[in-house]
Design a binder for this molecule. Structure first.
Ligand code: GDP
Ligand code: MG
Length: 174
């Protein structure tokens, strides 16, 4: 497949507090890996994965924040031209959920008003350490008109679904 051989190209950007598992989600989806321990930073701006949906080749350009997660240090250039945002928190970390409104303010300030935002609660394999209930997250995402999904980058739970559902929605709104 040549570089130009696709029907759709979408830019997807991951945001959310440091440590919630953004890099692991990208790695799991693009490489099928869960990196052990530290050193999960990819070290490049984005990863590419092309998927096929209903016979259409969809090229996904997935941007990871590479350790710049502090509010206001990610500038407009990062959000610019994003077709979709994956706003991630860690279901075992109340703090990562409580920061979501600040991330939403950044989205409002910097992202396109047509951007599709998905709320992702990651690390569901750590259910015994859960601090954020599914119901709370559902209520929050409904109020903000966001699609919501829980994942485990470690166990590969819902990771394919996250990106494929998002690609489907992007196609339907393209
Ligand atoms: P980032 O800062 O948001 O990019 O987070 P990382 O992807 O670097 O992950 C932070 C830590 O959480 C690492 O120690 C990962 O191994 C761990 N982690 C990420 N995703 C999961 C998951 O789904 N389950 C579990 N148990 N740990 C995870
Ligand atoms: Mg990271």
């Amino acid at each position: 497949m040549s570089m130009e051989d696709y029907d759709f190209l979408f830019k997807i950007v991951l945001i959310g507090n440091a440590g919630v598992g953004k890099t692991c989600l990208v790695r799991r989806f693009t490489q099928g890996l869960f990196p052990p321990g530290q050193g999960a930073t990819i070290g490049v701006d984005f990863m590419i994965k092309t998927v096929e949906i209903n016979g259409e080749k969809v090229k996904l350009q997935i941007w990871d924040t590479a350790g710049q997660e502090r509010f206001r240090s990610i500038t407009q250039s990062y959000y610019r031209s994003a077709n979709a945002l994956i706003l991630t928190y860690d279901i075992t970390c109340e703090e990562s959920f409580r920061c979501l409104p600040e991330w939403l303010r950044e989205i409002e300030q910097y992202a396109s008003n047509k951007v599709i935002t998905v709320l992702v609660g990651n690390k569901i394999d750590l259910a015994e350490r859960r601090e954020v209930s599914q119901q709370r997250a559902e209520e929050f995402s409904e109020a903000q008109d966001m699609y919501y999904l829980e994942t485990s980058a470690k166990e590969s739970d819902n990771v394919e679904k996250l990106f494929l559902d998002l690609a489907c929605r992007l196609i339907s709104e393209a």
